[in-house]
Design a protein around this ligand. Sequence first.
Ligand code: FAD
Length: 536
Amino acid sequence: MSAPEHDVVIVGAGFAGLYQLHHLRKLGLRVTLLEAGTGLGGIWYWNCYPGARVDSHVPLYEYSDEAIWRDWYWDERFPDWQALRRYFEHVDSVWGLRDGIRFETRVSAGTWHEDDRCWELRTDGGNVLRTRYVVLCTGFAAKAYVPDIPGLDGFGGEWSHTAHWPQGGVDLTGRDVAVIGTGASGVQVIQEAARVAEHVTVFQRTPIMALAMQQSRLTREDQDEAKAHYPEIFERRTQTNSGFAYPERGVNTFDVSEAERLETYERLWQEGGFAFWAGGYSDLLLDEKANRTAYDFWRSKVHERVQDPAVAEVLAPAEPPHPFGVKRPSLEQWYYDAFNQDNVELVDLRATPIEALTDTGVRTTAGEHPCDLLVLATGFDAVTGGLVSIDLRGTDGKTLRHHWARGVRTHLGLASHGFPNLVYLYGPQSPSGFCNGPTCAEVQGDWVVDLLAHLRDTGTTRIEATSEAEEEWRGMVHGIAEMTLFPRADSWYMGANIPGKPREMLNWPGGLQLYLAACREAAAAGYRGFELARGG
Ligand code: FAD
């Protein structure tokens, strides 16, 4: 058995990967991080479309290390992608990470070598790296979804997916912009385009249930004062079920009077961010009648703002297209007001579907909508897409894509049978899509750091999830999901936005606390559900 030249190769330079690099180096391991982009920040490197900004407010959306936050100041409660990129540069200046990162290096394939107990990774530049362990920090949004719209190749204007936005930017001023998709990215780009474009056509299939962001400017003084409480806030976010710090009230919707409920809804609405979604009544995502009260409140907020009742009805119909909050809500600033402007037009794709793109625009069953810039805000082959795009071949030569072809199988949302010495963070069947990103990068990340320290200290050279553990975990994920309203929407949470993808709950729906308990119990029991082997 010949020792590989790396102990650990991390893939991805977002919150999760950088945290791993910093902490695994401290263990004295030989670690290299490979990143496809040319800069730090993960999704904030790729999603640089106009208006791109985070929906988790700061300080929740940052690392908890005081060495980083002590001298860092934000301008806004919900920072945009430029501010987040500056933040990651600051992280690098404190943690000193760059010398361990190879940029512009996409991992295209990996093969497990049983004899040497190592992975051989191949990059799209033709390089080969041999490593004992692989930590995939590729996030849940590494594969953009470009729908198969007839005529896209022949479209005469400019077009871009929001997650492949040109790094040099695209000026929307004076343009005829068409935006397909009204998910979180769509909302952001639409409200930005509405300010400067000559005309914006919004193609909506399913109405987004967007919440008021309640953006605010932050001064240095505000932040200096708040920093006294940061340690408590960061501690608190590890103790909630969503990785935020909203109090979990433990009260059900109909435990209170209608008047009290409406007052609570209004307060959560004014608080902004995800408070209305993650900080409300406990049965929101479990009980349809309870859920309907939240939907109706949300709908009334939209109808207050949109002047044309017919347009308001398309944006927020009387009958919900699905329960509230079972698709990821997004945050908006002036999205709904934009529909009162003459230069913004809403096209309901349920009534008039797209037939094709033409040389000059988008043709629906009702006619042509000219545009010279087409924005595909069509989301992602989320959670699994980026992982299975890498041609990973495990113990029996089969690929991860093959292993998951009939549904995802993982142990603790971290590892799969047949793929020894390989873990993924923020991945399928882990809290990922339901958990604040930096919280997950830290708490799940700590578990992996502890695991790798344990393997080193015990002379272990091979670890593999068992198939029994996978089946058990899968059963729990699906069992819990069935108790919720999540399966009621065709969402990316359920893999339902991608034609042909198995329809199943892709994230751990049991909350962060139950998840962490399961991870800690497994570790305490000598990594239950994994087979460990020494030697080599
Ligand atoms: P990412 O930030 O996704 O980083 C993954 C990195 O891996 C990328 O840099 C990518 O280039 C790299 N990579 C992928 N595949 C390869 C490969 N084969 N080879 C080499 N490199 C590779 N979460 C929240 O909590 N709150 C929010 O408000 C929020 N807003 C979001 C907005 C958008 C537009 C998107 C797409 C996601 C948002 N998220 C949000 C989720 C977000 O993914 C997490 O907050 C966080 O970025 C996860 O960090 P990560 O390090 O796990 O992954």
